[in-house]
Design a binder for this molecule. Structure first.
Ligand code: FAD
Length: 286
């Protein structure tokens, strides 16, 4: 449980941090909260010889409301998201997910930028960002670019970030007023990782589902959208039968893994049940 030797810098600005990453190439890694990277280094599953600690860069930790979106700095901790009144009011599913990540220590140190960049298909935030149609703003040697969540999570532990890019901000479009969401996570014990979880956001107009987004955790090599269930529900009047029929399709097109926590069949069942419960909770229809 002792990491391989590494050098360490703690730059004070993003341009400095990017320059350090460029200089050290594939040997370098960004360090944020360290709650995914350090365990991997202790197990020697990751052996970077150079760490660029972004924790001392000013103004990377904030939650701000703009006209069209809510912006979260990459260093915003899970704890800050859990206790943000703005997030609770505007993005309840993100607040609920934050409150269910690990224990208080993990939530105090872990950052939303680190959780996104780590791209763990069992992580809670990646699925939320997918369901909320987030945009991820990265800074690199060629400047800044915006990556849609659907393009950001490429594969297991693989994001669309280039080696010398740093995730700076996450932008989540402001949901319309008749819209709400929830995050339901199923695990064996509280504070455990999800076996399966569902992030759902529903917008209603005159009793009908105008837009629905359902993100799935633990149902494939990356966070996925339950596209068939979304299609089945869009435009429908809110009614128990419609919610049940759509939920039954939640696992269509997914590739749930087989592991000690459960079989693919068990995960498909969980995805359908959690989706139904999430839709019922959001719409109040049962
Ligand atoms: C005991 C324990 C329980 C946990 N339980 C859960 C859980 O239930 N659900 C859950 O979702 N997570 C869980 N986690 C993971 C936790 O949420 C991590 O904090 C998070 O996944 C990574 O965030 P971090 O800031 O710690 O990133 P780090 O560990 O510092 O970095 C993770 C990876 O992202 C890269 N990175 C970090 N920030 C940036 C950036 N801004 N730009 C570019 N690359 C970056 C790093 O180079 C590294 O590859 C748990 C962790 C522990 C130790």
């Amino acid at each position: 449980m002792i990491p391989a030797a590494f050098d360490y810098v703690a730059p004070r600005s993003l341009p400095e941090a990017v320059a350090d990453l460029v200089k050290h190439g594939s040997e370098a890694k960004v360090l944020a909260g360290g709650h995914s990277l350090i365990p991997l280094m202790k197990l020697r599953l990751s052996t970077p010889s150079f760490l660029v600690d972004i924790g001392r860069i000013q103004d990377l930790s904030y939650i701000r409301e703009a006209d069209s979106h809510i912006a979260l700095g990459a260093l915003t901790t899970h704890h800050e998201i859990e206790f943000s009144e703005l997030v609770k009011a505007r993005l309840p599913l993100l607040q609920q997910a934050a409150a269910q990540i690990g224990d208080a220590q993990v939530r105090n140190r872990g950052t939303i930028g680190g959780a996104a960049a780590h791209a763990d298909p069992n992580g809670d935030f990646p699925t939320c960002l997918l369901a909320l149609d987030a945009e991820l703003i990265a800074v690199g040697p060629r400047g800044e670019r915006s990556i849609k969540a659907q393009d950001f999570f490429v594969d297991t532990f693989t994001s669309a970030l280039e080696p010398a890019e740093i995730l700076r901000e996450i932008r989540i479009p402001r949901p319309p007023s008749a819209s709400s969401g929830t995050y339901l996570k199923f695990s064996r014990r509280s504070q455990d990782w999800a076996i399966v979880a569902v992030a759902a956001q529903v917008s209603l107009r005159e009793g009908r589902v105008e837009r629905v987004a359902i993100g799935l955790t633990g149902m494939g090599p990356r966070p996925l959208r339950a596209a068939a269930a979304e299609r089945a529900l869009t435009g429908k009047a809110v009614a128990p039968d419609a919610l049940r029929e759509a939920s039954a399709q939640a696992a269509d097109g997914t590739q749930p893994p087989e592991d000690l926590n459960g079989s693919p069949e068990y995960r498909r069942h969980l995805a359908a049940v959690l989706t139904r419960r999430a839709l019922e909770a959001i719409t109040g229809s049962k």
